[in-house]
Every structure is written in structure tokens, then in C-alpha cells.
Design a protein. Structure first.
Length: 284
């Protein structure tokens, strides 16, 4: 269980991967997992499609990580487009595969959901999912957090109050959404501790390796871009390989600074790129 691993090891290195969109891409996906597992992460999290659209694939990948690679798997589970019945079915499937760790998330509204469906959904917030999952005492639950607050939260205090509620409901550790300004993360952790949150808060790092990636990253996370990173992108925007190297160097610098500040671990958003991930792991 990841909960025991974090408690005993204290500082962890973990990766995030995503399942393939197409069935014929599975062989390659397993090869990617093999290469990432060879870097000896403490656990690997596997993302979930919008509204559970790829939940079966998430569980197949998580099961492979858990049983074939013998690395703890953390299966993401979103609830915004799910019913109680579908969540219970996913839990049964997880148990069959020996996966006992869940990242409990609300998730983004699927494009197919009508306003009527969205407004009458069975799980309104991640806390509703956490409450339901708590009926399965053998599960370890993780939660997400945002170093610069969730973009829907009116203020940081409100965001932290929900984070504290998740902890009280059974979440054992948190993984942050990506960010590029470490000072934002340090201020967030300080505020979280002041709010009484004691669980480990693991920073999430995503290296920028292409010019168009930055727009997607900011849209997903709501994170700010420090001048050093914006200058880097401007300087190398027409030099893809140089940008890739500079982006990796920026991520390595971030991680070294985080380690120097004694953070609870490092979580790398790998984008299923073993080569880039290996370069970062070797450097840190």
C-alpha cells in the first residue's frame, strides 16, 4: 500500500502515466510502463478518461503495473460523469486486479453531459466520492491539490478548507497539480499546514519539452509562468531540440530546489515519455 510506503520511506519518487486511447496501442503502452518501472519509482499513478470513458484501460494499465511490474499503482477515479453503480463496478474490477490505491477526483465535465445530466449527477464533489469510497476500508485514498489554488475556488482559504475536509474523510496524501514557480508551492504548503493539514503534500512536476505544451499546461493547471520559463520558451521556440533540453534542465532545477526545501517527495508527469523521464531521474 502506498500509505505504508510513504509513512516508512518519507521521501518518494513517483510517476504519472495515461492509458492509450486505442486498443491497438496497448502493446506500446506496456513497453512504456516497463521502461518507466526500470527507473524504480515508488509508485505510478494512472489517469482516468473524462467521465470514466477509459476506466477499463486505466485499470488494465494499473493492474499491469501492480502485478507484472510489482510497483504500487495509484488508479485515478473521477466521479463527475459516474454513477454509484459504475463506481462500485470499478472498485470490484480494481480488487480483481489487486489495485488498492485510488486518487479520488471530481474530474472535468465530459462534453457529452447535458446541463440536466450535470445538475443531477450522483457525485457533485470529490468529497462525495471519498465518502463513498470510505466504505472500503482496505483502500488507500489520495487527493489532488493546486499550488495556486483550484481555479474554481473563490480564494485559497476556501480551497484549503475542502482539502482539510478530504483529509478528515480519509485522504492519506496529496499530489499537487503541475506548477512552475516553486515559491508558489512553498507558500501553499505553509498555508496548508497553518490550516491544520498534516498529510504529505507531494509536488507535481511536468517538464516543458515543446512550445505548444505550455499553453495546454497552463490551461490544465491554472499555473503562472515565471519569467525564467517564459524567456526560455521565447529563446528556443524555433529550436525544438534545444527547447526540449532547456525544458528538462528547468524541471531538474525545480526538483533540486524542492529537494533542498525538504518536500515530501517528487511526482513526475511523464506524458508517457520514458527517455525524458530517465534524463530527469538521472540528473536528480
Amino acid at each position: 500500500m502506498i500509505e505504508d510506503l510513504i509513512e516508512n520511506k518519507k521521501k518518494t519518487l513517483s510517476f504519472e502515466v495515461f492509458p492509450p486511447k486505442k486498443d491497438d496501442e496497448f502493446d506500446n503502452a506496456f513497453e512504456v510502463m516497463d521502461k518507466l518501472s526500470a527507473l524504480h519509482p515508488d509508485f505510478i499513478s494512472v489517469t482516468y478518461g473524462a467521465g470514466g470513458s477509459r476506466s477499463k484501460k486505466t485499470l488494465d494499465i494499473a493492474g499491469y503495473i501492480q502485478n507484472t511490474l510489482h510497483t504500487d499503482a495509484l488508479a485515478h477515479m473521477t466521479c463527475v460523469g459516474s454513477t454509484i453503480a459504475s463506481i462500485d463496478e470499478n472498485i470490484r474490477e480494481m480488487k480483481i486486479r489487486g489495485v488498492r490505491n485510488i486518487m479520488a477526483l471530481r474530474g472535468d465535465r465530459p462534453e457529452y453531459m447535458t446541463d440536466e445530466q450535470y445538475n443531477s449527477r450522483e457525485f457533485e464533489h470529490a468529497t462525495d466520492l471519498i465518502k463513498h469510497l470510505n466504505q472500503n476500508l482496505e483502500l488507500t485514498l489520495a487527493g489532488a491539490c493546486y499550488a495556486e489554488k483550484h481555479f474554481e475556488a473563490p480564494d485559497l482559504a476556501t480551497d484549503l478548507s475542502y482539502m482539510k475536509l478530504k483529509e478528515e474523510m480519509g485522504v492519506r496524501f496529496f499530489v499537487s497539480q503541475l506548477f512552475y514557480d516553486n515559491d508558489c508551492f512553498y507558500r501553499f504548503v505553509e498555508a496548508a499546514r497553518s490550516a491544520g493539514i498534516t498529510s504529505p503534500i507531494i509536488p507535481g512536476i511536468m517538464p516543458i519539452t515543446s512550445a505548444n505544451q505550455i499553453t495546454k499546461s497552463v490551461t490544465l493547471s491554472g499555473s503562472s509562468i515565471p519569467k525564467a520559463l517564459s524567456d526560455l520558451i521565447a529563446n528556443y521556440s524555433d529550436k525544438p531540440e534545444d527547447l526540449r533540453k532547456a525544458g528538462i534542465a528547468f524541471a531538474v532545477s525545480q526538483i533540486r530546489d524542492l529537494k533542498a526545501h525538504d518536500v515530501d517527495g517528487i511526482h513526475l508527469y511523464t506524458m508517457n515519455r520514458p527517455k525524458t523521464t530517465k534524463e530527469i531521474v538521472d540528473a536528480i
